[in-house]
Design a protein around this ligand. Sequence first.
Ligand code: PLZ
Length: 447
Amino acid sequence: MTTAPIEQRRILTTAIPGPRSELLQKRKLSAVSAGVGTGLPIYVERAGGGIVVDVDGNQLIDFGSGIAVTTVGNAAPSVVAAVQAQVEDFTHTCFMVTPYEEYVAVCEQLNALTPGEGEKRSALFNSGSEAVENAVKIARSFTGRSAVVAFDHAYHGRTNLTMALTAKNMPYKQGFGPFAGEIYRVPMAYPYRWPTGVDRCADEAFDAFVSAVHTQVGERNTAAVIIEPIQGEGGFIVPPAGYLKRIADWCTQHGILFIADEIQTGFCRTGDWFACEHEDVVPDLITTAKGIAGGLPLAAVTGRADVMDSVHGGGLGGTYGGNPVACAAALGAIETMRAEDLCGRAREIEALFMPRLRELAEKFDVIGDLRGRGAMLALELVSGSGDKTPNSALTSAVNGYCHSQGLVTLTAGTFGNVIRFLPPLSAGDDLLHEGLDIVEQAFAANA
Ligand code: PLZ
């Protein structure tokens, strides 16, 4: 077993990817379905703090956290200890057959940590998509209505129902239909691209939402409205202040459940436990996954007790949902988030990144927008000189340059023109600064 801590330093020993990774990628191509892509095909041996170590001995700086998952850091000590202890006791019984305390304890934590003072209940699942599917099941069961309203640029998963909720065709939906019915799409309050300008975005987007639900769907047919408080895959789109609250309040007036999909934004990522808190919004249901368990597969639906308890006994479940090892990992991760004030750390990371990204945006007019919150920040790239045409070619070039220099970055956005930053909250300031140096060089070399 390797136990020496990973030196928190970027080291490039080969080109990226190196020869061992290239060999593994060759095996991948002949063994793994071509449908499963890899953004940066370095093969990982170890990871921790803010570093990913590959099989060639390269040490890359991590600005991706495995898509916002390893918020507490990779192989975080509290997660490792909890998993090791649990795995020796038992690995699985199925909570629906013979239950165990860890599942209940995770639900208690979720009920206490999510926004809202009222009584709450939770249910556990394996993936974010599965949590979203179950939130919709619960909303339909409670309201007796079937329609679900989702937004432009939304991402909610890759299963059949969640593909229908996801807005973007390529690569998520192309050729995979027919999709689940009774899903309706409305415009998103996207300040940077609102046709009549950022100042009119909040009011006009809200009016467009209300009008679309009223005229096309009918309030009394609508079970739920689902929204990511800051859109993730869609490009880290932050709606204007107050917009989420107006949507949530309008839902309450009409007996429609407001579902916050906090799968990417949750668990300290945006500087609060949940992004809704920043907007003083209390969702009826909230979906979580990713950051919850330090890298083990776990997801949840948490919400008002009357809503969650309206489902008939046995109506929710799954063989592995709330697996004991994943639950132990979550308890360890949540303990670390509390003990190390990782919400505070996410705000520090924002304070470290923002001035540097702002400077970059002033220097390069191809950076059309800089947005996000906490350790969830992004740059939207455009043609420049006032032309907002999405610049996906430059986005790929910048992303590729970062990879070649040993910085793991991710792209996002409906138009593929967003570079996003999701560092683990365990990464030290020096590494974060070094990563940002590389981002600067990437623009200098390509813009
Ligand atoms: N809801 C808000 O961000 C997952 C998907 C990456 P799963 N986002 C990363 C990809 O290309 O598959 C996500 C999300 C939001 C739901 C999901 C779905 O979570 O755990 O991937 O099913």
